[in-house]
Design a protein around this ligand. Structure first.
Ligand code: AMP
Length: 222
């Protein structure tokens, strides 16, 4: 099965992609994580991507498409895919469709997680994480016991550079139009499933699984 999670930044794609990939036995592929890993390693790709990420802009298609297609051609990706944060533009979606068609496969379903923008703004600007153990906090919904200190390991919490308010607004502006165009593209293919992304993470997972039950896998190859 090959799935795409679509939604604006902060809609919960990362959280839900991890849960669904685990449950369905799919490889979770996040282009945002790939860029952040490359930036942390200091590779040429990472350094270039970092400039766009910090500005809240999209990394250019020619960089992103090549990186993603290379990743999904690897043997461990043949079990099935849970794509998170890709495609983000129409050319990316078209390149993905072409590459999968060459392998004799296709995207089975696109789950579009919808959340009102004022809630996205609040979610993203309140997000802090621990650079040491990876624990994630939120100033409103999950504050640490001591401000800016990790409950788990005591390290100082950090905010993703692109979760700062000015960048968050830029990220929403950058992604809004593309997300609608992608929704339209997959709607025309009959693959789009819109899911309410408000409420608890568990309730959202429940809605996503429900949407997946209706997905016809007839005709897919491996
Ligand atoms: P994310 O973690 O998915 O919010 O991605 C973080 C940042 O990585 C984005 O704001 C973009 O700068 C970049 N990025 C991630 N995925 C893509 C993509 N498919 N196309 C272009 N840029 C991307």
């Amino acid at each position: 099965m090959r799935l795409i999670l679509l939604g604006l930044p902060g809609a919960g794609k990362g959280t839900q992609a991890k849960i669904l990939a685990g449950r369905q036995g799919l490889l979770h592929v996040s282009t945002g994580d790939m860029f952040r890993d490359a930036a942390a390693e200091g590779t040429a790709l990472g350094t270039r991507a970092q400039e766009y990420m910090t500005a809240g802009q999209l990394v250019p298609d020619e960089v992103t498409i090549g990186m993603l297609l290379e990743r999904i051609a690897k043997p461990d990706a043949q079990v099935g895919l849970m794509l998170d944060g890709f495609p983000r533009t129409l050319p990316q979606a078209e390149a993905l469709d072409r590459a999968l068609a060459e392998q004799g496969s296709e995207i089975d379903a696109v789950l579009y997680i919808k959340v009102p923008e004022d809630e996205l703004m609040e979610r993203l600007t309140g997000r802090w994480s621990c650079p040491q153990c990876g624990a994630i906090y939120h100033t409103q919904s999950k504050p640490p016991q001591v401000a800016e200190v990790c409950d788990e390991c005591g390290a100082a919490l950090t905010q993703r550079a692109d979760d700062q308010p000015a960048t968050v607004q830029a990220r929403l502006d950058t992604n809004r139009e593309w997300t609608e165009q992608l929704a339209q593209y997959y709607r025309a293919q009959g693959k789009l499933h819109e899911v309410d992304g408000t409420g608890s993470p568990e309730s959202i997972t429940g809605r996503l699984l429900e949407a997946l039950q209706g997905v016809s896998l007839q005709g897919r190859k491996a």
